[in-house]
Design a protein around this ligand. Structure first.
Ligand SMILES: NC(=O)c1ccc[n+]([C@@H]2O[C@H](COP(=O)([O-])OP(=O)(O)OC[C@H]3O[C@@H](n4cnc5c(N)ncnc54)[C@H](OP(=O)(O)O)[C@@H]3O)[C@@H](O)[C@H]2O)c1
Length: 295
């Protein structure tokens, strides 16, 4: 697209997750623009229960858009955030709400340098997807975002009303964020470093390592206000041991791409330093992953 128009919603980084949420908004009739590196003309969500197609408006250069816009949904991976800075410079201002659809617990801090006065709404993403081609995502499970229980989250939920993508504002957001980070620090590193599926967590002695990684993570989480206790560790590990599939970090590793190790393990280590909690396992796994990243 080349015309200078102000959309209602910009989705920066329409990958697996971004395309899922952009497609549902576009199909519901909202004025959405996908801010992408590669052009496409149509959204396709392939799914058992949330399939949708819709025409896509796509910009590949921030200069093609007028901003600021009311909503900016962030779908780039955590380590790609600064690279997407020119989009945020163009699209964000005091009337904007930035919705951070990324793993990890530091979304608000990560986007703060790019906000230009915008409100930042962190989320916990449950949306099993993989980008098959630009604009085309294959959806396998879930399709919702947990958010803090704030006014912006309820306005966001209204945007998605009637769609198969759901916004779930919750007073228990801190617990949701650390539950998901715990899950991520267990499965992502262990699958990527062993080149094995998620069920690798069931194998001793990896289950022992997983137990230690999770205990460190949730100890930091409690210091940050979560109420998750170590009673939840064994049930979570048992569930993961029976889970199908591989992780996106293993996919990234196999494809020779950088991984989100800093947004996951780095977040635990930084939190540990803030609160005086040792996190040697998270530090070690993060360092091993960083050492395997390209460049
Ligand atoms: N996918 C899942 O199942 C899932 C589930 C839960 C949470 N998450 C989290 O959700 C976040 C997004 O994951 P994802 O799987 O959707 O990632 P993804 O498929 O890799 O999507 C990221 C997209 O951002 C685009 N991008 C990167 N830099 C850009 C830039 N400067 N300008 C415009 N576009 C740019 C990429 O473009 P190209 O396509 O050209 O590379 C890609 O399409 C991550 O934090 C992830 O951990 C993912």
């Amino acid at each position: 697209m080349t015309e200078m128009t102000a959309p209602e919603i910009a989705v920066v980084g329409p990958g697996g997750v971004g395309t899922f949420f952009a497609a549902h908004l576009a199909a519901a009739g909202h004025a959405v623009v996908a801010c992408a590196r590669r052009p496409f003309t149509q959204y396709v969500v392939d799914s058992d229960r949330a399939s949708v197609t819709a025409p896509a408006r796509v910009a590949t250069d921030p200069e093609q858009l007028e901003g600021p816009v009311p909503w900016v949904l962030v779908g780039v991976k955590a380590h790609q955030t600064d690279g997407a800075g020119p989009w945020f410079d163009r699209l964000c201002g005091p009337g904007t709400t930035i919705v951070v659809m990324q793993n990890g617990v530091e979304g608000a801090e990560r986007l703060a340098p790019h906000a230009h006065g915008a409100e930042i709404l962190p989320t916990v993403v449950y949306c099993g997807t993989e980008l098959a081609a630009p604009g085309h995502t294959v959806h396998a499970r879930a399709g919702h975002l947990f958010t803090p229980d704030v006014a912006a989250a309820h306005r966001l939920a209204e945007l998605f009303a009637g769609t198969r993508a759901e916004i779930r504002p919750t007073a228990g957001y801190v617990d949701e964020a650390w539950r998901k980070l715990g899950l991520n620090v267990v499965v992502n590193g262990l699958t990527a470093l062993t080149d094995r599926p998620i069920a690798v967590v069931a194998d001793e002695p990896l289950r022992t390592v997983a137990r230690g990684i999770l205990a460190e993570c949730w100890a930091v989480g409690r210091a940050e206000g979560s109420t998750l206790t170590d009673d939840g560790i064994e049930p979570l590990l048992t569930g993961l041991g029976g889970a199908p599939g591989i992780t996106s970090m293993l996919q990234d590793r196999r494809a020779g791409r950088s991984t989100e190790h800093d947004a996951l393990y780095g977040a635990v280590v930084r939190g540990g330093i803030r609160h005086g909690i040792p996190t040697p396992l998270n530090q070690a796994v993060g360092a091993l992953l960083a050492g395997g990243d390209p460049g």
